[in-house]
Design a protein around this ligand. Structure first.
Ligand SMILES: Cc1cc2nc3c(=O)[nH]c(=O)nc-3n(C[C@H](O)[C@H](O)[C@H](O)COP(=O)(O)OP(=O)(O)OC[C@H]3O[C@@H](n4cnc5c(N)ncnc54)[C@H](O)[C@@H]3O)c2cc1C
Length: 373
């Protein structure tokens, strides 16, 4: 089968490897190229918290060789800033904190080693029958996978319809030196401005490091974006209740616009949308890449179960299987965002009860962990 993958981000590359593994002849298109990013010095600001399901998939695709840049985490401690509610998840390995560029480099190495055809071109649009329009050419495929990220321009030009899920916010991400060790614990605090996470990173030169993800409402983000970097670090130390002691940025923080979206349908004929093209969610618990790798797992299993199915059946089956997961995660994240931001007494009470219940009941904690990847 001839398979075209639009987008050479981590999700597109993982999909390309899954299809190649099923015997397809695969071509990946990305106008930004396929050169691995040189990683040196401090950890990049864009870090992903990958769950066991994602790392198992990556291992299966031959793209998971953890080194000193990867940090396993064994517990997650979540507290509410406006009550004494808390919940702690502990397991021998809850998941791994990895730089987004590190993962893409691993996948790129594997794609290159296997000789998968990579083309530095932007795909303009694709017909429902699988004809790709390139700047100077047309290419036919039996299965076309859209993994071009949030903007989804080619998907929209090809007939996919975006449903705006709202929740316009901004996140600040960055790498921080911290006074206290993290002992492999991910920390998250729900504040009135939005959830703030300090995620464990490997030590550097015997100093402790954490990765910050703080999702904020627009008003607070605009205000904090004016702060000097030292004042912002102090604000984060205070807001995180000094859980990791005094914090200091080791590189400039990055401000990222956030929103939720989905597609009306994730498949059209032999066209299938996956990753951020199909679903944009708030990175409250670091679910974006895990959901995308979940799409790739479903694609891999569908190809195994139906080795001689046509492209449109594969696209339809994966889209149907993934719909439930995507909808559930988007709904839960939206709910979390509203409930944890509100100061209404009833919602405050609900928040406290929810965290206390989760803290006492292993089954609820397992369910949340299952959702997280
Ligand atoms: C602040 C923040 C923190 C996050 N933290 C986490 C986390 O902790 N854990 C987690 O799991 N997720 C996290 N995420 C989400 C995660 O970053 C995304 O889900 C993930 O990057 C999606 O990967 P992708 O391959 O679908 O898209 P992208 O990484 O956006 O890749 C898309 C690729 O497509 C290419 N492209 C674009 N247009 C075209 C075209 N027309 N033709 C061909 N190629 C094209 C682009 O050049 C790019 O290479 C976070 C997101 C944010 C904003």
């Amino acid at each position: 089968m001839r398979t075209a993958v639009i987008g050479g981000g981590s999700i597109g590359l993982a999909a390309a490897l899954a299809c190649q593994g099923a015997g397809h002849s695969v071509t990946v298109f990305d106008p930004n190229g396929f050169v691995p990013k040189a990683l040196s010095g401090e950890a990049d600001a864009r870090v992903w918290a990958l769950g066991q399901k994602s790392t198992s998939l990556l291992a299966d695709l031959g793209a998971w060789t953890p080194d000193e840049r990867v940090c396993g985490y064994q517990s997650m401690h979540v507290i509410d800033a406006r009550s004494d509610a808390k919940v702690t998840f502990t397991e021998s390995s809850l998941g791994y904190l990895v730089e987004a560029d590190w993962i893409r480099n691993q996948l790129l190495t594997r794609v290159t080693d296997l000789g998968i055809h990579c083309v530095c071109d932007r795909v303009g649009s694709v017909s429902e029958r699988g004809v790709l329009m390139l700047p100077n050419d047309q290419v036919e495929a039996d299965l076309v996978i859209f993994a071009e990220g949030r903007q989804a321009q080619t998907a929209i030009a090809s007939g996919f319809e975006v449903v705006d899920g709202g929740y316009r916010q901004r996140a600040v991400v960055g790498t921080l030196r911290c006074e206290k060790p993290h002992h492999g614990e991910a920390f998250q605090i729900f504040t009135e401005y939005g959830p703030l996470a300090l995620l464990p990173l490997p030590n550097r030169d015997n100093e402790h490091r954490v990765s910050l993800v703080w999702s904020l409402d627009q008003e607070t983000a605009t205000e904090l974006q004016e702060y000097a970097i030292e004042a912002l670090a102090l604000k984060i130390s205070q807001t995180s209740e000094w859980m990791r002691g005094a914090l200091e940025f080791v590189n400039d923080p990055i401000w990222i616009p956030l929103s939720q979206h989905s597609l009306k349908r994730d498949s059209l004929g032999c066209l299938l949308a996956i990753g951020d093209t199909a679903h944009g969610i708030l990175p409250l618990a670091g679910l974006g890449a895990n959901l995308g790798f979940g799409d790739v797992s479903s694609l891999q299993q569908t190809l195994e179960r139906h080795p001689s199915a046509h492209g449109d059946r594969i696209a339809r089956t994966v889209a149907r299987e993934r719909r439930f997961d995507q909808r559930t995660v988007a709904m839960v994240m939206g709910l979390f965002s509203n409930v944890f931001r509100s100061d209404q007494p009833l919602l405050q009470l609900g928040r406290s009860v929810a965290l206390r219940t989760a803290d006492r009941h292993a089954t609820i904690r397992s369910l949340i962990q299952e959702l997280a990847g």
